[in-house]
Design a protein around this ligand. Structure first.
Ligand SMILES: Cc1cc2nc3c(=O)[nH]c(=O)nc-3n(C[C@H](O)[C@H](O)[C@H](O)COP(=O)(O)OP(=O)(O)OC[C@H]3O[C@@H](n4cnc5c(N)ncnc54)[C@H](O)[C@@H]3O)c2cc1C
Ligand code: FES
Length: 408
């Protein structure tokens, strides 16, 4: 097990293990649980090598005035690369104004052969989402990464399971796939969805949700909460604060009957839901969550691939890595304090990454030797950290030599 500590807001990981007595492990575990750090329950999502493939846009379907569903055709020969579990996401890659831009989008349909669909909501001033909204058309070809992520249900096939989802805005996307999958897998499973938006016109998948309700009238419940419009029920009108959340849970969701929870929305809402659920006695292991951003407005996207000059007389650290069975090695100046990802991209442009911000988990690798500090972690689960996995976009070497393996 990797040695793991947290101080001054940074994660310090080293391997091979230092003396890990039970108390150290217990404290490390408690620290990890006390901060925001990825979905908290273990899932059975397949881990495959993240790889881009060029796919053709089959359809672009408007969902609201500022969101679209984009469906890509998956040819037979790539079917295995695009198998996925409900709740997983893909990264899209495009060249915008001469610069490569990558963004993650959750798959919004239950898995089926022949296509994958994402839903993109335009972020005002956002580069990729604005481009997709205005420029992406059926017949276009763009790069789509094989699906990744662990925001998946451990109980999807369990008879009688009651799964609850709380989503805001575009956070509905993975929950659409999860709800449809859970309801289809077993005739006795239930899904309760609380979905908040500003106005009725902002509700993505309004018709699809109504169709799901028609199809599963007794097993699917959807509660729309509107923050800027009055609904007939006062409980469902207004911003979700702690009081409203507790009211909704008590009256409409009944937490004692729920086996698994899925939260997807802005940082503040997800945090409020996690805290409230913990407070009413829901086991954190039954609550899974996904963030689309770290919630820091105006934060520049970290520039993976940032140029670094290695001068001859400068002290350096060595990063050795394995990717697709091939070894690579790169030196990084101590003074640059660059991430493993940034350094590795200098010698292998195909090193996997998407957000470069510690959110999506695409850049995950296992620390085989040496030590690192990890700045942010919004993606890795506790058990992955215990097993020595790091987000290479956030990991900065602290030993002279660091060895990571992207293949395990
Ligand atoms: C795992 C995962 C799944 C996701 N799934 C979905 C999904 O299903 N649907 C979906 O719509 N999104 C999803 N996202 C979010 C998505 O990846 C993008 O982050 C989102 O579309 C915005 O990208 P953009 O390029 O349009 O915006 P960006 O250009 O990255 O900008 C983001 C925001 O920051 C602001 N901004 C940028 N630069 C500055 C600056 N210098 N100063 C001030 N403000 C600035 C922009 O105005 C904008 O509001 C997901 C993210 C993750 C990590
Ligand atoms: S690339 Fe998204 S977490 Fe590192």
């Amino acid at each position: 097990m990797a040695s793991l500590t947290r101080s001054h807001g940074l994660w310090h990981l080293s391997t091979p293990p230092a003396d890990t007595d039970a108390e150290t492990e217990r404290i490390a575990g408690a620290l990890l649980h006390s901060v925001v750090g990825g979905s908290s329950a273990g899932g059975a999502a397949p881990r495959r090598r993240a790889r881009f493939h060029t796919l053709t846009v089959q359809e672009v379907r408007p969902l609201t005035a500022d969101s679209i569903e984009v469906t890509f055709a998956v040819p037979d020969e790539l079917a295995g690369e695009f198998d996925y579990l409900a709740g997983q996401h893909v990264a899209l890659r495009a060249e915008l104004d001469g610069r490569e831009v990558r963004r993650s989008y959750s798959l919004c349909r239950p898995p089926s052969r022949g296509s994958v669909s994402v839903a993109i909501k335009r972020d005002r001033g956002g580069r990729f989402s604005t481009w997709a909204q205005t420029e992406l058309h059926a017949g276009d070809r763009i790069d789509v990464m094989s699906p990744q992520g662990t925001f998946t249900s451990a109980l999807a096939a369990l008879d009688g399971a009651h799964v609850a989802g709380i989503a805001a805005g575009s956070g509905i996307t993975p929950l659409m796939a999860l709800a449809a999958t859970v309801l289809a897998r077993s005739e006795s499973s239930r899904f309760t969805l609380v979905y908040t938006n500003r106005r009725a016109t902002d509700v993505m998948f309004l018709d699809d949700l109504a169709d799901l309700k028609d199809r599963y009238p007794t097993r699917f419940a959807v509660h729309h909460v509107l923050t800027r419009e009055q609904r007939s029920a006062p409980l469902l009108s207004g911003r979700i604060d702690e009081e409203r959340l507790r009211g909704i849970l008590d009256a409409l969701v009944l937490p004692a009957t729920v086996d698994e929870w899925f939260l997807c929305g802005p940082f503040d809402l997800v945090q409020l839901c996690r805290d409230t659920l913990a407070d009413i006695g829901v086991e954190p292991a039954h609550v899974r969550y996904e963030l689309f951003t770290t919630g820091e407005p105006g934060q520049e996207r970290p520039d993976a691939g940032r140029p670094i000059e290695v001068r001859e007389d400068e002290p350096v650290r060595t990063i050795d890595f394995t990717l697709d069975g091939q070894s690579g090695s790169v030196e990084t100046p101590v003074s640059a304090n660059e991430s493993i990802l940034n350094a590795a991209l200098r010698v292998r442009p195909d090193v996997p990454f998407a957000c470069a911000g510690g959110v999506c988990g695409t850049c995950r690798a296992r620390l085989v030797d040496g030590s690192v500090t990890m700045t942010e972690n919004y993606a890795l689960e506790q058990d992955e950290l215990d097993r020595g996995y790091v987000l290479t976009c956030q990991s900065h070497p602290t030993s002279d030599r660091v060895v990571v393996d992207y293949d395990v």
